[in-house]
Design a binder for this molecule. Structure first.
Ligand code: A2P
Length: 277
């Protein structure tokens, strides 16, 4: 059972979703169908993941009706121009075999291009046309969010950012809360980092009879962030979903937040990938 949260455009979104980065082709279809069968309803994709077709196929194979699902995709940087953005959204829908996205995001602001406001105007138009139900962004800093709000009067429903115990994004989350923006967490388990071995989290997990990943994902939801874990394994997909039957104390949450590092972003990624996609 996954609860829903309410967004600033009055629509609702599941409090936890499934990440699909690197899930491609027939193996990708198997993992995504498995996740839908496990109970995930929100599926997060992107043009740049080159798996919109894979996701579309998985939705058909799952047998779950479109209305029960919450589908996300993202606009790549090279299509920030107004006309290209609208064209890209139509193309992505075609690849996914869908009539609309529940949520569509600008993948990166890429400030040096100076086009993210133009891209935002295209998302606003696509929403008016009924191609998208809710619109948001990823990897934006407060200054970028403020510019969107100032120049269009439309606040994103969400900002999807890197967030895990080494990079808890306290300041950004506070800014989001002040402005009614929901934080979504990518790489919620801090993939390829040592976070799953942290003794502090292990101790907390033993107290509740839960696993370390379950405690980390519960920590996200209790920070009011929406985690998008990815797993290829059915058992781990189920594990990552089973987090709404216990509650961390404020002390547990603070202890996990104290694992923050000065630059806790995933260091396995090329620095350029922090800037654009
Ligand atoms: P796998 O697909 O073999 O389960 P993130 O979402 O932070 O990017 O992390 C994704 C990575 O974490 C994947 O490599 C995935 O491996 C692994 N992972 C996901 N869930 C779990 C879990 N419950 N326990 C251990 N590893 C997990």
């Amino acid at each position: 059972f996954i609860p829903n949260i309410v967004l600033n455009d009055q629509s609702t979104m599941p409090a936890l979703g499934f990440g699909t980065y690197m899930l491609n082709g027939s193996a990708g279809v198997a993992s995504i169908v498995s996740a839908i069968k496990a109970g995930y309803r929100m599926l997060d994709s992107a043009f740049k993941y080159e798996n919109e077709g894979t996701l579309g196929k998985s939705i058909v194979e799952s047998g779950v009706s479109r209305e029960e699902l919450y589908i996300i995709s993202k606009l790549p940087g090279r299509h920030h121009r107004y006309a290209e953005a609208l064209y890209t959204i139509e193309e992505s829908l075609y690849r996914m075999r869908l009539d609309y996205f529940d949520l569509y995001l600008i993948h990166w602001p890429i400030p040096r291009l100076g086009l993210y406001v133009e891209a935002w105007q295209a998302l606003i138009e696509a929403k008016k046309r009924g191609l998208i139900r809710s619109i948001g962004v990823c990897n934006f800093l407060p200054e970028h969010l403020q510019k969107l709000i100032d120049e269009t009067g439309v606040t994103p429903v969400t900002n999807q950012v890197e967030l895990h115990p080494y990079f808890p994004q306290q300041k950004l989350r506070d800014w989001h809360k002040e402005h009614g923006i929901v934080t979504q967490s990518w790489s919620p388990l801090g993939r390829a980092s040592k976070v799953l071995q942290e003794p502090v989290i292990k101790e907390i997990s033993e107290k509740y009879g839960k696993t370390v990943p379950q405690v980390i994902l519960r920590w996200h939801t209790q920070l009011d962030a929406v985690p998008l874990p990815k797993s290829t394994s059915y058992d781990r997909q189920i594990e990552n979903l089973s987090i709404f039957d216990f509650e961390l104390t404020p002390e547990d949450i603070a202890a996990i937040c104290s694992l923050a590092k000065p630059d806790g972003r995933r260091q396995d990624r090329h620095p350029a990938l922090h800037e654009e996609f």
